[in-house]
Write a protein that binds this ligand. Sequence first.
Ligand code: FEO
Length: 170
Amino acid sequence: MKTVISEMLSQQINKELFSAYLYLEFHNILEDKGLKGFAHWFMIQVQEERDHALLFYEYLHHNNQKATLNAIEKPETTVSTVMEILEASLAHEEFITASINDIYEVALREKDYRTKEFLDWFVKEQGEEEANFHELIDNVNLLGEDSRGLYMLDRELASRVYVAPSLTVS
Ligand code: FEO
């Protein structure tokens, strides 16, 4: 594996852990508002992001590469409404998609087809992540951000179940 790719994969570990930290902050805000269903949904998102980070970490070691573990940035805390949280989450996922696409491009250029194949799962996963946030934004728009609309959606989101990633590194 070329150094440029292993460095990008290490940076991706940091970005995924930052994603977990950002969503933990959103959980923090939502729990504080008493929106237990939304908070629960974001806690599962935190677990998924941790899983993503560990997959990149395991993939590096599987290829005899040591990861570089850098400091994780403080999460953004200026959002307060549910819609602001969802829009910030969607923007963040678009940023992550672009980051994975960048590694994908370099992997293709360097003929690192193993990394390209590993990243295929993440390309699809990012499509799902963005679609989830689009759907939540649509739902909040439809039901309204008043207490009745949020209450209904909050009850529905409480049923989200954690599912371990279908990708394994071996
Ligand atoms: Fe791991 Fe939500 O991107």
